[in-house]
Design a binder for this molecule. Structure first.
Ligand SMILES: NC(=O)c1ccc[n+]([C@@H]2O[C@H](COP(=O)([O-])OP(=O)(O)OC[C@H]3O[C@@H](n4cnc5c(N)ncnc54)[C@H](OP(=O)(O)O)[C@@H]3O)[C@@H](O)[C@H]2O)c1
Length: 299
């Protein structure tokens, strides 16, 4: 049994914290306290600030939206950095830019603590059931020490190498994911324009060799877009931007990332920022995101 800190209890972080509560003591905080009520009812110890979380544990997990959020929970008098002691292990599971993680790691290590980047592949259902693929990077000893905790969250924990390598692999995987969903959405549209029932086309495609697990879960969502997203367009837009910046830094152009960015930008412009990536299909159709259920035609 360990005492663990958790900062960032959103869609993913709340599910991580819930799994970690099984067999451990968890102290947590979130910018919006109300979102933690369910976890507190299940035994999580509420702390008012990231600094207070850090002060009472040896391992602190963070799972926040983006680079700005990660800085916000680390910096300032109430931030994680202010509460760090030598030997602390920080585990950031957010998808952020490798350069932000590197800059933060320098500050963590200057205090004698360790930082692991452990971004994840898999969405909200995988987070709830502990079947994520976790890409770990950072000091090998620190990663080894927290592996039992990571295995509460994921079915695979891959030690990728450095923090930058772990985050780069995560961004690369999201370029592939965005392109899969985009290509599937266009293929479905083509079938539909040819008079084929889209439900049948989706079923045939996902049951064929092109039916990856990601498409199998998102095809029903494309046809019947839920109001609650798993992974929204805003987050995918962030990841595609970070992937392109990372590629440019390595002297590489990613043509497919550029195409996917264009499609995701279009979807965001048409009101899909808070909808799941599966909304690409409806956005390509020029449909309006409405409430729960099928989207309405804009024309
Ligand atoms: N959802 C997925 O399917 C998925 C899959 C793989 C990876 N990821 C990555 O996981 C991370 C979290 O995603 P999520 O889906 O859990 O997002 P989310 O539900 O929007 O949660 C974001 C969390 O970040 C906090 N936050 C945002 N801005 C902040 C700020 N300025 N200061 C302090 N806290 C701030 C939020 O606090 P509030 O509650 O106060 O807003 C919330 O706790 C992202 O990097 C995402 O790219 C997501």
């Amino acid at each position: 049994m360990s005492t663990i800190g958790f900062v960032g209890l959103g869609a993913m972080g709340s599910r991580f914290a819930r799994r970690l509560l099984d067999g451990n003591t968890v102290c947590g905080t979130n910018r919006t306290p109300a979102k933690a009520a369910g976890l507190v009812a299940r035994g999580m110890i509420w702390r008012d600030t990231p600094r207070q979380v850090t002060g009472s544990v040896d391992v602190v997990f963070t799972m926040v939206s983006d680079d700005t959020a990660l800085r916000a929970v680390h910096e300032g008098p109430d931030g994680i950095l202010a509460g760090l002691r030598p030997g602390h292990v920080m585990v950031d599971m957010s998808t952020v830019g490798p350069s932000t993680a590197a800059e933060l790691a320098d500050r963590v290590e200057s205090r004698g603590a360790h930082m692991v980047s452990a971004p994840v592949s898999g969405s909200v259902p995988a987070a709830a059931e502990g079947s994520l693929v976790i890409l770990a990077g950072g000091p090998f000893g620190a990663v080894t020490a927290i592996k039992p905790l990571l295995y509460r969250l994921g079915r695979q924990v891959a030690y990728v190498g450095t923090r930058t390598q772990a985050l780069t692999l995560k961004l690369a995987m999201n370029v592939a994911l965005a392109n899969q969903v985009l290509a599937f959405s266009e293929a479905l549209m083509l079938a539909e324009k040819a008079g084929i029932d889209p439900a049948q086309a989706a079923s045939v495609m996902t049951d064929s060799p092109i039916g990856s697990p990601a498409l199998q879960t998102r095809a029903p969502m494309a046809l019947h877009l839920p109001h609650r997203e798993w992974f929204d367009m805003r987050a995918m837009r962030k990841d595609l931007r970070l992937a392109r910046e990372t590629a440019a830094g390595l002297g590489m152009q990613m043509a497919t990332a550029a195409v996917a960015s264009e499609a995701v930008d279009m979807a965001v412009d048409h009101g899909y920022a808070d909808r799941d990536l599966a909304g690409l299909y409806a956005a390509l159709h020029g449909r309006i995101p409405a409430t729960d259920g099928p989207v309405r035609s804009r024309r």
